[in-house]
Design a protein. Structure first.
Length: 473
């Protein structure tokens, strides 16, 4: 699996040429097989860094033509992996690796890369940092609850959407039960997802979501035929409805409500998808994850009253451009984290939990290198893995500005209940609260700010890397 040149010493060859066992892990591109090398019980992981030369300078090692860090560890990148990733040997106790070579000539683990400490959270350190002056959280909690109540859909809206969802489900059951009802399409399962299923929908948003999992590959023609067939079955139930094709599947639109049919397929079909023939893989991946999200949400809400906080945060995200890079799933999990993750295991009131969300975002919980939150439905995956550097900076700076407004008495404007501030983006304009002027923060991220600064020796090392084909051999 690993390439080698020349007469490599046996100690190096035995470790570096260990066969690589494929292991399936959750990645942003669905279930992708990555390469992991096992040396005894020591594993070689890939970790993104600024660059090969920057890492070589940090380790201060002499790298020979085999890519061996003399006297310490071996860093080798297989051709199938990107140059943006390195292989890092995880050290074990005992001077070597368990079940690995010991004694003279054994490999000794190199220094582990320092990790940035977790963002400070005062709600997890109440016994250490005792407040001298208690904040008036009672009024904040009442305002959050009142705003959440105002954002809750009316009973008439819920009844309208529920009636249309029932008719669409009946049509789906009939189509699935009828063999070859849609030529060339086989179904695995379907499930209702989305805000109406989770009871976090906002007033005026009368759209429900249903995910249909296909056993066959979802071509554009097959999805369009499925949508037309469902619309035909719903019309048979005396409902005026139309079907419109979308990149996620199709949209069934009635007079006062809509149902989005989200199409996905089995993960095993992902390698066979073609760009111009089937629905986009990324969209189907998101639709597939929506099933896991709704299952987790239903279990989490059994003991946590954070649905109202989710409504408030979704409304704020809709009004502030700087928070729009956050997905609905990120907002839902942030709300659960703010309410339930406490030192005494007791739910936090909605007022302090509302402020805590902006505190977490302001501390850079999603910035590069920060020990961020992990997705409970995707073990080992960051909760906001799809944020770009620009989005990370935008979310953090916007949250910092809004947090300063909240802490100086402007929480009503952030919630959207201050009539004098409706339609004003407080993250982009200067505002004054109790004599304190809150001005927007400047952009911290630029295109070149993440590039390391190199000396002449590093530039020479980079040229040598390029002459070797771009990776260590």
């Amino acid at each position: 699996m690993y390439h080698s040149e020349g007469n490599i010493p046996a100690s190096v060859r035995n470790v570096c040429q260990t066969p690589v066992a494929p292991m399936t892990t959750k990645t942003p591109s669905w279930n992708r097989t990555i390469e992991r090398c096992r040396v005894g019980e020591a594993q070689v992981h890939r970790t993104p860094v600024m660059g090969l030369k920057a890492e070589a300078r940090r380790l201060n090692y002499n790298i020979d033509k085999w890519g061996t860090c003399r006297g310490r560890c071996t860093l080798r990148t297989p051709p199938s992996m990107s140059r943006r990733h390195w292989m890092r040997i995880k050290p074990m106790r005992g001077g070597g690796y368990r079940s690995g070579p010991r004694g003279r000539g054994a490999f000794v683990a190199g220094p582990s890369f320092p990790m940035r400490p977790p963002p400070f959270d005062v709600h997890l350190a109440n016994d250490v940092f005792v407040r001298i002056n208690e904040n008036n959280d009672t009024q904040l909690t009442q305002d959050v609850v009142a705003r959440a109540t105002a954002l809750t859909p009316s009973d008439a809206e819920r009844a309208t959407v529920a009636a249309l969802v029932f008719k669409v489900k009946t049509a789906i059951d009939k189509v699935i039960a009828t063999p070859d009802c849609v030529p060339g399409v086989k179904f695995e399962d379907y499930r209702e997802v989305g805000s109406f299923k989770k009871d976090t929908a906002l007033t005026g948003h009368t759209v429900a979501d249903i995910v249909i999992v296909m056993q066959t590959l979802p071509t554009f023609e097959a999805v369009a035929a499925l949508g037309n067939k469902l619309a035909e079955e719903v019309r048979a139930q005396k409902e005026v409805i139309s079907c419109v094709s979308r990149d996620y599947g199709c949209l069934l639109a009635a007079a006062n409500a809509q149902v989005r049919i989200l199409i996905t397929t089995l993960p095993s079909n992902a390698p066979n998808l073609e760009q111009d023939l089937h629905l986009p893989e990324r969209i189907m991946m998101i639709n597939h994850h929506a099933i896991r999200h709704v299952i987790w949400f239903e279990e989490a809400t059994l003991q946590s009253p954070f649905k109202m906080l989710v409504r408030v945060l979704k409304d704020i995200r809709r009004r502030y451009v700087g928070l729009q890079p956050l997905s609905v799933w990120v907002i839902e999990y942030l709300a659960h984290f703010a309410v339930m993750n406490t030192s005494n295991r007791q739910p936090l009131p909605l007022g302090p939990a509302f402020r805590r969300v902006f505190e977490a975002l302001s501390t850079g919980i999603f910035l590069p290198g920060s020990p961020t939150l992990f997705d409970p439905t995707e073990p080992g995956m960051r909760i906001a893995y799809d944020l770009s550097f620009e989005d990370m900076d935008l979310v953090c700076s916007t949250a910092q500005t809004l947090l300063r407004v909240i802490c100086n008495g402007g929480h009503a404007a952030v919630l959207g209940t201050d009539s004098s501030k409706i339609g004003i983006d407080l993250s982009k304009e200067v505002s004054v609260w109790n004599g304190v002027a809150v001005s927007p923060l400047e952009v911290a991220y630029t295109e070149d700010c993440m590039k390391p600064k190199f000396c002449e020796a590093d530039e020479a090392l980079e040229e040598w890397f390029k002459s070797c084909g771009g990776y260590l051999t």
